[in-house]
Design a protein around this ligand. Structure first.
Ligand SMILES: Cc1cc2nc3c(=O)[nH]c(=O)nc-3n(C[C@H](O)[C@H](O)[C@H](O)COP(=O)(O)OP(=O)(O)OC[C@H]3O[C@@H](n4cnc5c(N)ncnc54)[C@H](O)[C@@H]3O)c2cc1C
Length: 421
């Protein structure tokens, strides 16, 4: 493979924009993504990715799901109250005893299955990080500029429009009267030329569902009883949590949720990457199904990344865990008399394990235990390697039983299911 100035591992919210921006700055970039592009690979994948209302389903989409299991509490009793507690992996039978936490291994990472909610952190949070890390580059004054650069806001008046000028003038008058120094700021923390399009769902849609109206009214009554939000700010910001004016009063209370949605479809790092690769094919190479396995160093400098090529190679991928082998297989090899091999296969502790028995009778097939073959299941070609080892063991046994075996005679017939049905 050609040399690149940068190798980025993972195309999620972190790696995706980094790789695209480096390429746009004239750098040559290789992006390694362990997953495929599930949105482009099937109609189901496309619908689950694009249609916002399907985001709950997309979280469990097998083609790109990576299952993690986490502990939320060290206290077992507390932990067991969670309905997502998994005691045993249904595929491997291994004990899990942890909360299921699905992530996505696909182009765009978790932005391909998340809820698209796009809400900026509060100034208070950024400033807290700056204080904790003793690093002023985390200060909100610095960090907020990045959101302005990446956003392409569709739900606030766009600069240059009549609505923008009118609402800007109104704000300037109010701010001057209140001696607020930001009276000249008419964008209020929003960006209008970035790669991530944000929009708001049509709030009128809730009018169709009486239950949702009830829940909303209850929430609004509660919020106003608690004096949330500040009435003037609520009116000026139209309940937009990303409007920087809310930071004068902390952002609590009802909000209309900004979403990473463009013309009714999910958008995110995936689209940014694909656009960039199309515009600058000589600068950005996206390698799908490439699981980075090792970073190589020359002294303290990272100079190369090793990766495994193939689908569903990562342990957290259910398709990787779902390696299917028949539980029991009986093989017959004809010597002077028949020789039977009985193979019992299962998965335990991350390994495919086959215990092999030999007998002269198909009815008493576990007469002699001749050994076990084990292969780590998360390495590439695990099933092929396993078969080779098994064949070796069987041949050795035949050799042991019979003098001068005919090694060319095909005696293995091992019905193994396709790993990726
Ligand atoms: C169900 C769910 C809902 C969410 N909802 C929201 C929301 O509404 N709003 C919001 O702001 N955030 C939400 N989040 C969080 C947000 O999506 C994540 O914080 C964000 O995507 C994390 O970005 P990341 O780049 O760190 O990791 P990820 O998005 O997880 O991306 C990591 C990528 O790296 C790849 N990768 C990993 N290891 C390797 C390797 N060795 N070699 C090659 N590739 C590799 C993976 O395949 C993946 O594509 C949600 C998350 C989840 C799981």
């Amino acid at each position: 493979m050609a040399d690149f100035e940068y190798i980025v591992v993972g195309s999620g919210a972190g790696g995706g924009p980094l790789a695209a921006n480096l390429a746009r700055q004239g750098r040559s970039v290789l992006l390694l993504e362990a997953g495929g592009d599930s949105c482009a690979e099937s109609e189901k994948g496309r619908l689950l990715y694009e249609v916002p209302i399907f985001h709950g389903l997309s979280t469990e989409f097998e083609d790109c799901r990576w299952d993690y299991f986490v502990r939320h509490y060290s206290d077992d009793t507390q932990q067991r109250k969670d309905s997502k507690l998994v005691i045993q992996d249904p595929v491997s039978g291994q004990r899990v005893d942890a909360i299921w936490y699905p992530r996505a291994g696909t182009l765009g990472g978790c932005t391909a299955h998340n809820a698209m909610i796009t809400v900026t952190p509060q100034n208070y949070d950024w400033d807290g990080i700056a204080k904790t890390t003793n690093d002023p580059s985390w200060l909100s004054a610095n960090m907020n500029r990045y959101f302005e650069r990446l956003e392409n806001c569709q739900y606030q008046p766009r600069p240059g429009s009549v609505k923008y000028v009118l609402s800007g003038l109104l704000w300037s008058l109010i701010a001057l009267a209140k001696r607020n120094t930001t009276w000249r700021d008419w964008v209020h923390g929003h960006g209008f030329a970035g790669w991530l399009t944000t929009s708001e769902a049509d709030a009128r849609l809730v009018l169709k569902d009486i239950e949702i109206i009830r829940i909303l009214l209850k929430a609004v009554r509660f919020a106003f009883a608690e004096k949330l939000p500040h009435p003037l700010l609520g009116f000026l910001t139209k309940l937009d949590p990303n409007d920087s004016r809310n930071d004068y009063n902390m952002r609590e209370g009802p909000a209309l949720t900004p979403l990473a949605v463009r013309r009714g479809k999910r958008n995110g790092p995936r689209e940014f990457l694909l656009r960039t690769a199309e515009q600058f094919p000589d600068r950005l190479k996206i390698e799908l199904h490439a699981l980075a396995s090792r970073v190589l160093f020359d002294g303290r400098k990272a100079v190369a990344v090793e990766f495994l090529e193939g689908e569903h190679l990562y342990e957290a991928d259910p398709r990787c865990r779902a390696l299917q082998l028949p539980e029991g297989v009986l093989l017959r090899y004809t010597l002077a008399q028949a020789l039977y091999f009985y193979l019992r296969t299962g998965v335990a502790e991350g390994k495919i394990r086959t215990r092999v028995y030999s007998s002269d009778s198909p009815y008493d097939r576990m007469k002699t235990d001749i050994g076990e073959v084990a292969t780590p299941m998360f390495e590439p070609q695990a099933d092929a390697k396993h078969l080779t080892k098994l064949e070796r063991l069987l041949r050795e046994w035949v050799k042991f039983v019979k003098d001068g075996p005919d090694l060319d005679e095909p005696f293995t017939s091992f019905p193994i299911h396709d790993r990726h049905p």
